[in-house]
Design a binder for this molecule. Structure first.
Ligand code: SF4
Length: 445
């Protein structure tokens, strides 16, 4: 018996290589699935971002991990296999949030996380009685990802490790909260340290949605990983700035960069998106400086397109980003992800330009699928791109790079800063207008 795992790409511009910075990370979901698949079952994996999928492969089940951005391409891939009478199962965030839609394109779907139901899937597959739907639990099973499935594929040397799932907050636009309903699930700390040791890597990205969601747990975790002498980055919330013990342990355990979603400099926007809890923490400049004072660099992310955004918001956001010389920054446009409160609200307000925009063949990366309040959709898209271009000018990269020395970065981290900022600069225009689901038959190498 054989299972074929597939990770779809977003899409590809005709005649162009896949977006360089997007193709590098090992997909953790695939090594997790591999680790919970019994040894007697043959497995193979196609990473659509790096290689051509062999649609003639002899297999008993194709398992596709689907996200909103990759859904259109996933459905095209599924159709090709199903036309050969090969069963297709889909899982991932998009399947969890949009089960009825995904089931239109698959024989079976797996909602939530796979660990708790994968054995049932395997047994049903063996007895040719695959169910239409499996509901996995959101909490952690005991597993160590099996990275042997990545053999021969060229990925970044950064190891991806899970330490927690979900987030305690309920921001209106966030698909994490739509999936996890404001709950945070912790992973067994012994499993995490084992995972780190077995990976053979030195640099890690903890893929948690908010690594400081439970600060007591985070402190225990950081104490456990400190002796491992690794270096790491992760995503977290501004709440960390209020806890000196946590910041100190982050620094001692090897935290180089933490991604923080600032989202907006406008208070009314923060209230509307239900992120006003971040206002109660105190003054944002001060909180940011406190994190920097521990030598921890920040990847700041901002979102434009909220109802109180106007020209001033773009300027104020850029000033804030320049003032703090962020390691990286992202200036994204608001997107009504399916399953989120924001998506529901925009439907009610009759402001979605296209209903299932993620399936629209005319939708390209960077397009705004809703009607913003104080500007047109085209203006919003252009202003976001302009903010990115302004932040990633060479003079900005050099100025921010020089500032890093006051945060005591070493040469390796400085080189990472330089190369990745240049990559992000190239990516600004590389990503724009990428049609979702396109270019499936072209070699993405
Ligand atoms: S803090 Fe971040 S991860 Fe948590 S709900 Fe808000 S946007 Fe989502």
């Amino acid at each position: 018996m054989k299972i074929t795992f597939i990770l779809p790409a977003i899409g590809k511009k005709t005649g162009e290589k896949y977006i360089k910075t997007w193709k590098k990370m090992e997909p953790l979901v695939i090594s997790t699935l591999k680790s919970i698949t019994p040894e007697e079952i043959e497995t193979e994996f196609y990473d659509d971002r790096l290689e051509l999928i062999n649609f003639d492969t002899k297999t008993d089940l194709v398992m596709i991990s689907v996200e909103m951005y990759t859904s259109r391409r996933a459905y095209i891939i599924a159709e090709k296999f199903r036309s050969k009478n090969i069963k297709v199962m889909m899982g991932g965030y998009h399947a969890t949030l949009m089960p009825e839609e995904v089931l239109e394109y698959a024989d079976s779907i797996l909602l939530g996380n796979a660990e708790s139901v994968w054995n049932d899937v395997i047994n049903d597959l063996k007895s040719n009685s695959l169910k239409k739907r499996y509901d996995g639990e959101f909490s952690f099973g005991r597993y160590i990802p099996d990275r042997s499935i990545f053999k021969g594929k060229k990925y970044s040397p950064i190891g991806l490790v899970e330490t927690g799932r979900g987030c305690i907050f309920k921001c209106e636009f966030c698909s994490i909260t739509a999936c996890y309903s404001g709950k945070y699930h912790k992973r067994n700390i012994k499993d995490i340290t084992e995972d780190i040791k077995l990976s053979g890597k030195k640099y890690f990205f903890f893929v948690d949605d908010n690594i400081v969601a439970d600060q007591r747990y985070a402190i225990e975790l950081l104490k456990a990983i400190e002796p491992l002498k690794i270096r790491w980055s992760a995503q977290g919330s501004l709440t960390m700035a209020k806890n000196d013990e946590l910041l100190s342990l982050m620094q001692k355990s090897g935290c180089d960069v933490i991604l923080i979603g600032y989202e907006s400099v406008n208070r009314k926007n923060l209230v509307q998106m239900k992120k006003d809890w971040s206002l109660s923490l105190g003054e944002r400049d001060e909180l940011t400086e406190r994190i920097h004072s521990y030598g921890i660099n920040i990847y700041a992310t901002f979102v434009f397109g909220f109802d109180y955004d106007d020209d001033d918001t773009f300027n104020e956001t850029l000033q804030f980003a320049f003032r703090h010389n962020f390691f990286f920054a992202a200036f994204n446009h608001l997107l009504p992800f399916p399953g989120t409160e924001l998506h529901e609200r925009l439907i009610k307000e009759n402001r979605l330009i296209k209903d299932k925009w993620w399936l629209d063949e005319d939708y390209s990366y960077g397009d705004i699928p809703f009607i913003p309040k104080n500007m047109t959709a085209e203006e919003l898209s252009k202003k976001c791109a302009a903010a990115r271009r302004e932040f990633f000018t060479y003079s900005s990269i050099i100025k921010r790079g020089l500032k890093l020395f006051s945060r005591k970065v070493d040469l390796m981290l400085w080189l990472i800063f330089l190369t990745q900022n240049v990559n992000l600069k190239k990516e600004v225009d590389g990503k724009l207008r990428l049609p979702l689901g396109s270019g499936l038959d072209e070699n993405p190498k």
